[in-house]
Design a protein around this ligand. Structure first.
Ligand code: FAD
Length: 406
């Protein structure tokens, strides 16, 4: 009998299993993950779940029973250690082995390790998995002073929650502005002020040299490049992620900042697919390739791989999108702003509801919309069309988004 083996039971792997059945795959589906939980959504880990406002089961993509009902063999707590492409088998750390007709690699990513002395002290934590958060939550209750290393989305979302829980919060960012890797100076300034207004100490251009600990090995301070000591009884590290590509690269599958795949999510081995955070994929709206770290991407590629295996037409490739919740600001992002040569602001950031539109020439390529759903939705459609848009109209809030669309 035919068998699809899926390595990594996260957002992408879980989706692939579901889509394979929905699209009529009749063979065996084995979904193997090294975490203990069934596939779950990570976004609430730095938002509602961290705050204690969401039950564990609510994170799960599907209840356990779903997998049994759909004849999907879900094996959790089991880690793949090697792919043998000639024999078409996967080996696992528990000594077992499984043959495959098609293999899907959905191993996600892992936190980039903090490259300073003291990174291994007690109370220095990451935020990637449910277990990470279950460890972090009691610390957040007990701690008084948290230092968050890295002002990316995860770091800033955690900072917002920590403030809401009443902690003294310092965010350390090496770059001259927060969210520097992902957004414009206008958005960075908005978010820095938002956090400062909520009492967060935001330290940009701050170089962390070392974490200092007490005689019990528990963190006490962060030492900065200017010799300043920032006291901390808890440190959260959020300095980006690395794709889990080693299983593939060790098996001779082409990788370059992620496992290289084509539009059908296939690697250079026609029987092996890679999806989600670990995949380096064509970005059809941008005429280049890249690795995306988002729920949308994980779901889309899960569906694409399943469709290809089931010999169905490729599902539509949507404009990449993402969101972030901090305090009462919902940020919605469509497109990739990194390639922009101009940014145009619509609305007044001081009102808390505005958007930044990104252009390459006259073509709209991305939007960051803060508490501005119409701007997000319209821009997403325009980006998908590759539309040219008048920058004057975008900047003029008396022209509605509806009128800009037509
Ligand atoms: P994952 O969901 O990470 O799943 C990969 C799984 O594979 C993991 O369980 C991993 O342990 C397992 N695995 C790895 N190696 C092996 C192995 N050898 N054997 C077996 N199993 C293995 N995205 C958004 O769009 N919006 C958000 O607001 C947002 N917020 C986020 C907040 C947090 C705190 C985090 C961590 C992520 C957030 N993301 C958000 C990103 C999003 O969750 C990821 O892009 C998405 O989970 C990627 O799915 P994936 O299946 O590729 O990886």
């Amino acid at each position: 009998q035919e068998r699809v083996v899926i390595i990594g039971a996260g957002q992408a792997g879980g989706q692939a299993a579901v889509s394979l059945r929905q699209m009529g795959y009749a063979g065996e589906i084995v979904l193997v993950g090294d975490e203990l939980a069934p596939p779950y959504q990570r976004p609430p880990l730095s938002k509602a779940y961290l705050k204690g406002k969401l039950d564990r089961e609510r994170l799960f993509l599907k209840p356990y029973q779903f997998y049994a009902d759909n004849k999907i063999t879900l094996e959790t707590g089991k880690r793949a250690s090697k792919i043998d492409r000639a024999a078409k088998t996967v080996q696992f750390e528990d000594g077992t082995e499984l043959g495959y007709t098609k293999l899907i690699i959905s191993t996600g990513s892992r936190p980039r390790p903090l490259p300073v002395p003291g990174a291994d002290l007690e109370n220095v934590l990451d935020l990637r998995t449910l277990e990470d958060v279950n460890m972090l939550k009691p610390h957040m209750k007990e701690a008084h002073r948290i230092v968050i290393v890295g002002a990316g989305y995860i770091g800033l979302e955690a900072a917002a929650v920590a403030r809401e829980l009443g902690l003294d919060v310092t965010v350390l960012e090496m770059a001259p502005r927060v969210l520097a890797r992902v957004t414009s100076p206008t958005m960075s300034a908005f978010y820095q002020l938002l956090h400062e207004n909520h009492g967060v100490k935001v330290r940009t251009s701050a170089r962390l040299m070392e974490l200092k600990g007490d005689k019990h090995g528990k963190v006490t301070d962060a030492l900065l490049g200017n010799d300043e000591l920032v006291p901390a009884d808890l440190v959260l590290v959020g300095i980006g992620i690395l794709p889990n590509e080693e299983l593939a690269s060790d098996a001779g599958i082409a990788c370059k900042n992620g496992i290289l795949v084509d539009r059908d999510a296939r690697t250079n081995d026609p029987d092996v697919y890679a999806i989600g955070d670990c995949a380096h994929r064509p970005l059809v709206h941008y005429g280049r390739e890249g690795r995306l770290e988002s729920v949308h991407n994980a779901i889309e590629q899960g569906k694409i791989a399943a469709a290809h295996i089931c010999e169905k037409p490729r599902p539509m490739e949507d404009v990449p999108w993402f969101w972030s919740d901090q305090y009462d600001v919902k940020l919605q992002i469509a497109g990739l702003s990194q390639d922009a040569d101009q940014a145009v602001t619509r609305g007044d950031p001081t009102t808390g509801s505005f958007a930044v539109f990104y252009f390459q020439g006259d073509t709209l390529i991305a939007v960051d919309a803060a508490n501005a759903p119409p701007e997000f939705l319209t821009a997403k459609r325009l980006i998908a069309q590759g539309a040219t848009v008048s920058k004057e109209e975008i900047a003029d809030t008396s022209v509605s988004m509806k009128d800009i669309m037509t």
